[in-house]
Ligand binder design. Structure first.
Ligand SMILES: *Cc1c(COP(=O)(O)O)cnc(C)c1O
Length: 393
């Protein structure tokens, strides 16, 4: 069978169901006002929550470093070979200090960090208990491990407890895995309850705070700070560096033993080239900004509040989210695409999220707010949404 005869019908089928995916082409820097597919738009779809992706201080740090001749672009090898450079090392220490943990470990992407932790820690006979709406990379990570994989209904702590009771009987090690902030819904996992359950049932807890780190908590340390929880030695925190940090990559944070275990046994850590050293340097600069620039976090919170209050007034179907991720539930994929298209024509880029990224009949517009949006840009978006709402009824 040819590749074409197997896949052409699948591609056609996706198109017919309004599920075909295309990559919009950005031809300006990542910032609030952008050029995407040739359209001049205000971008309400990036994860650049603090506006750091094009920050002058980070760019200047890169220019200065390059001119000094003391730093290469590429790492040249994996961390365990000769690719672990000074700026990788300093960044790991600075992240650990900031978070108040023993160690952190850098990865090139959050996807890889999520593969690595579950593959390295969980063995045959163990159980992974995952929230039903966890990010795809967490699901793939569970599959890469030899452990049994069970899901519990979204945020349902009672259901999680029943599964914990079951796996306790089987005497296997259990790992609870959850997004901190859920990427398509914007709601936050009840970390204090998760931690309490993990302790009670002798389970480990892994939290992927891709959308919380940098944003949540007074200091931006993410959902642990937000709930006033401490990372204990059986807790694993993942943070990504391509969202609020505005760069790319991820880190795992936790105990000395956890990090050494990953260095020894995590295949997605061992068998891959280290991220460019220049990226580590950019992240170090970004961390400095996140530590000192309280004002950006406050602006982000103000923008979220402005959006929610006006959206509720208009009668938009918001979801229970207080974070920068504000989905508008439209259910129907064709309708989500149509709204997205009409917003684009009015100068706003808002991505339609469709199955299989979200469950069937849960298509939505996923609006993400950033500290880089102005009050005026947000009210203009709401005006456009109001018009759509009135004309679609
Ligand atoms: C984006 C995201 C990831 C993947 O991180 P990358 O660095 O983009 O690979 C993992 N988990 C969640 C919850 C995410 O939103």
């Amino acid at each position: 069978m040819s590749i074409e005869s197997r896949f052409l019908p699948l591609l056609q089928n996706r198109e017919e169901q309004h599920l075909y995916r295309r990559r919009p082409l950005a031809t300006s820097p990542q910032q609030a006002a952008m050029q995407i597919n040739g359209w001049e738009v205000i971008n309400f779809s990036s994860n650049d929550y603090l506006g750091l992706a094009n920050h002058p201080q980070i760019k200047q740090a890169l220019i200065t470093a390059l001119q000094s001749d003391a730093i290469s672009y590429g790492a040249g090898a994996a961390h365990l070979v000769t690719g672990h450079h000074l700026h990788h090392h300093l960044l790991e220490d600075e992240l650990a200090d900031w978070l108040g943990v023993e160690r952190t470990l850098l990865f090139s992407t959050g996807y890889m960090a999520n593969l690595a932790v579950q593959q390295a820690l969980m063995q045959a006979g163990d159980t992974i208990l995952a929230d039903k709406l966890n990010h795809a990379s967490l699901i793939d990570g569970a599959q890469l491990s030899q452990a049994e994989f069970k899901r519990y209904p979204h945020l349902d702590m009672k259901a999680l407890e029943r599964r914990l009771q079951n796996s306790l009987k089987n005497a296997s090690q259990t790992l609870i895995v959850s997004d901190g902030v859920f990427s398509m819904d914007g709601d936050i996992a009840p970390l204090n309850e998760l931690q309490q359950l993990a302790r009670q049932y002798d389970a480990w807890l892994m939290i992927d705070d891709a959308h919380g780190i940098g944003c949540l908590g007074d200091q931006g340390r993410g959902c642990f700070e937000y709930f006033g929880c401490e990372l204990d030695s059986n807790t694993i925190l993942i943070g990504t560096l391509g969202k609020a940090f505005g760069c790319s990559g991820a880190f795992v944070a936790g105990s000395e033993i956890l990090i050494e275990t990953l260095i020894q046994f995590a295949r997605p850590y061992v068998y891959t080239t280290a991220m460019p050293q220049l990226n580590a340097l950019a992240i170090r600069e970004s961390l400095k900004l996140i530590k000192t620039d309280q004002a950006s976090r406050e602006t982000l919170q103000r923008n979220i509040k402005q959006f929610k209050q006006s959206a509720i007034k208009i009668g938009l179907n918001l979801m229970p989210s207080d974070t920068a991720i504000q989905p508008i539930l439209l259910h129907d994929s064709a309708k989500a695409l149509q709204w997205s298209e009409q917003l684009k024509q009015q100068g706003f880029w808002v991505t339609a999220i469709r199955p299989p990224t979200v469950p069937t009949n849960q298509a939505r517009l996923r609006i993400t707010l950033s500290a880089s949006h102005t009050e005026k840009q947000i009210s203009a978006l709401l005006n456009a949404l109001q018009t759509l709402l009135n004309t679609s009824e």
